[in-house]
Design a protein around this ligand. Structure first.
Ligand code: BTN
Length: 274
């Protein structure tokens, strides 16, 4: 399979022409990190709905300070600028909304049984397909959210570094299809995200939360181990059973004593069974 290392900016513009959610589109062959590039544009006054899309990243970042492998020609890396109206405690809702939009877009493009894994990874079976990095700050009296996502689209097994190959997949590996346009995936994701954002803004968080639970089979009834605290002050690990998500977008986990705890994104949730 051959793949172009650039993205077709004209095609992207055409596919996104009726997606009103996108106010400005910046397409690059390669950037350090689309999140960093978008933050730079935000500092220069970029509007909500500005999107940076790249065909490669030289310094792609993942959650928990990890590196995000972003080789040219195979993956899709993009970030969207948002100004959530919710209080800071509810900004997590947007990262779950991004996972819903991404899951629906990947399913539509590939036909693969893509699922959400807490909090906002996409997976096929046990292997990771995509991840979301949300970075939030307060700027000029409002919340500024840079919502970045990286998709594995056309990677072959040998394209992943050894340390990732056992637990990663791509839409190509899972579907065997070579006609998986990264531009089309970007357009599907952004139009789904725009639709989801519209729902959230009309007060429809509970519908988005229900959709997240429907697409995340581990969100209800899965036995998990919770590792909370910090590396310097870890809390005692405990086991429980998942019970959906709460109003702030935290994962609800029932303890053995029948009480329920809200688990934040920074806590580790280890599945104890498939
Ligand atoms: C994760 O750890 O699962 C999150 C990975 C997020 C990667 C994306 S790629 C586009 C955006 N720019 C970055 O530097 N990171 C995010």
């Amino acid at each position: 399979m051959t793949s172009k290392s650039s993205l077709d900016a004209r095609l992207l513009e055409r596919l996104l022409s009726d997606v009103r959610f996108v106010s400005r589109l910046v397409v690059s062959d390669s950037v350090g990190s689309t999140n960093d590039e978008l933050r730079r544009l935000a500092n220069e006054g970029a509007e909500e709905g500005t999107v940076v899309i790249a065909a490669a990243q030289t310094a792609g970042r993942g959650r928990m300070g990890r590196h995000w492998h972003s080789p040219p020609g195979r993956g899709l890396y993009l970030s969207v600028l948002l100004h959530p109206r919710e209080p800071l405690s509810q900004v997590t809702r947007w990262t779950l909304a991004a996972a819903v939009a991404a899951c629906r877009a990947c399913r539509e493009l590939s036909g693969c049984p893509v699922a959400i894994e807490w909090p906002n990874d996409l997976a096929i079976g046990e292997r990771k397909l995509a991840g979301v990095l949300a970075e939030v700050r307060s700027a000029a009296g409002r919340i500024e959210l840079v919502l970045g996502i990286g998709f594995n689209v056309l990677q072959r097994a040998e394209d992943f570094p050894t340390e990732l190959s056992e637990r990663s997949t791509s839409l190509y590996i899972a579907s065997g299809r070579t006609n998986l346009g990264r531009e089309r995936l970007a357009a599907l994701y952004l139009s789904e995200l725009g639709r989801t954002a519209g729902r959230m803004r009309e007060g429809g968080w509970s519908a988005v939360a229900a959709e997240w639970c429907r697409l995340a089979p581990g969100a209800h009834g899965r036995r998990v181990r919770i590792l909370a605290g910090t590396p310097k002050a870890p809390a005692t690990p405990w086991d429980g059973v998942t019970r959906g998500i709460d109003d702030d977008g935290a994962l609800l986990v029932e303890r053995a004593d029948g009480g329920t705890a809200s688990i934040r994104m920074i806590d580790a949730v280890i599945p104890l069974e498939a």
